[in-house]
Design a protein around this ligand. Structure first.
Ligand code: TXA
Ligand code: MG
Length: 366
């Protein structure tokens, strides 16, 4: 298959592919997604195949505006409305109860009377999207081209991140081509993603609401609207044998570069000095560090790969650059990666979570 790359002027062609059951790489403000018509089970199945994604890992549905929630979700709580008002369109996914078809709707659909067991009738969203769960992740993205393509397609778009399973998420159309060329119909190039890490996921079906994945909307912002928010333990530590994270995707080793990663946490200057001390003096050790410390790892006759996350104080920039740095490491032949990590305040929690996962939670605190 020849994967076409579309620009904004071709957006209608990209939308037509979605309507026709094809797969399109779509830009969002967080990361690129691998989109398909979320109401077409055959199209959605193809997403799993292109990514090599386990079938038990549900997808999230992208909608152009909050008013679409009622079509696919049941008992939408007041908390969802408050969050949507404050943070949508934007990098926030809400887990809500799936809507089931009423007996009346089924009668219309099937053209005849239905028996009473259909009180528990089929969900509106195909099971392949939700991996059979009773809940669904709903997101209203902010990227203008993403909103436009969903509106033109006229359907909710199911889209996981557009990487091959186990690879860092794509933050440019080029990243997505690296993983998906020949496997999907097209990619809509909307430029580099301005958040850089995936959306925040909050489960609103439990009390208190539970943060399942940190992202562009911070824990502090969520608490500002919701008051109490529980934090899923899978965010900050490795899950033990037999423990089940609430977001099925959290159990898979994500964001994994080929070389093992060691994350160094603590005051940036001390962290950089620690890495400098423990680094082997060969090109086999790569470094991901804050801008200020790049010179510490380069120069002289040392030629190791060094990637900057941006200035130590700019966590937004760390988020934007992280996946590119992890991918860049994969394009070298390093045997080990050392990475500096911001503190967990604000979007630092999301950056730390992705880095810790890339490192299999191999973390040194200094
Ligand atoms: O920013 C994003 O959210 C990007 C862009 C493309 O929108 N999408 C994304 O999708 O990151 P994905 O599939 O890579 O990650 C979605 C996560 C997975 O870990 C999945 O297990 C979890 O959301 N998830 C989906 N539906 C869920 C549900 N009903 N309950 C709990 N977790 C769910
Ligand atoms: Mg993903």
């Amino acid at each position: 298959m020849d994967t076409k790359v579309f620009l904004e002027r071709d957006i209608e062609r990209a939308a037509a592919i979605l309507r026709g059951g094809g797969l399109v790489g779509i830009p969002t403000e967080t990361v690129y997604g691998l989109g398909a018509d979320g109401l077409n089970p055959v199209a959605v199945r193809a997403i799993f195949q292109a990514k090599g994604r386990p079938q038990d890992n549900p997808l999230i549905l992208h909608i152009p505006e909050a008013s679409w929630l009622e079509r696919y979700c049941e008992d939408v709580p007041d908390t969802a409305c408050r969050l949507a008002e404050r943070f949508w369109p934007g990098p926030l996914t809400m887990v809500l109860k799936c809507k089931r078809r009423t007996p009346e709707e089924l009668e219309t659909l099937w053209g005849g009377p239905v028996c009473s067991y259909t009180h528990f009738g089929p969900r509106v969203i195909p099971d392949v999207v939700t991996a059979g769960l009773d809940t669904v992740g709903m997101r209203c993205p902010a990227h203008p081209l993403c909103r436009e393509i969903i509106r033109l397609a006229g359907v909710p778009v199911a889209a996981p991140s557009g990487n091959t399973s186990g690879k860092p998420s794509p933050t440019t159309a080029r990243h997505m081509l690296e993983d998906m060329a020949g496997k999907i119909d097209a990619i809509l190039d909307g430029g580099p993603c301005c958040v850089g890490v995936e959306s925040t996921i909050i489960d609103l079906t439990c009390t208190p609401p539970r943060l399942l994945r940190p992202g562009g909307i911070t824990l502090e912002q969520l608490k500002g609207v919701l008051g109490e928010v529980a934090v899923d333990p899978a965010i900050t530590r490795l899950m033990g044998e037999g423990e089940q994270p609430r977001a099925p995707g959290m159990k898979y080793r994500h964001y994994a570069p080929r070389a093992p990663v060691t994350v160094v946490k603590g005051a940036p200057e001390r962290g950089a000095a620690y890495i400098r001390e423990h680094l082997s003096h060969t090109r086999w050790d790569g470094v991901i560090c804050f801008e200020e410390y790049v010179p510490l790892f380069m120069g002289g006759d040392e030629t190791r790969p060094v990637f900057s996350l941006g200035p130590a104080g700019d966590k937004g920039e760390h988020a934007r650059r992280l996946f590119d740095a992890l991918r860049a490491m994969d394009n070298t032949d390093v045997k080990r990666v050392w990475a500096q990590c911001p503190d967990e305040g604000g979007i630092g929690l999301a950056v730390a979570n992705r880095l810790n996962k890339a490192a299999g939670f191999h973390i040194i605190e200094i």
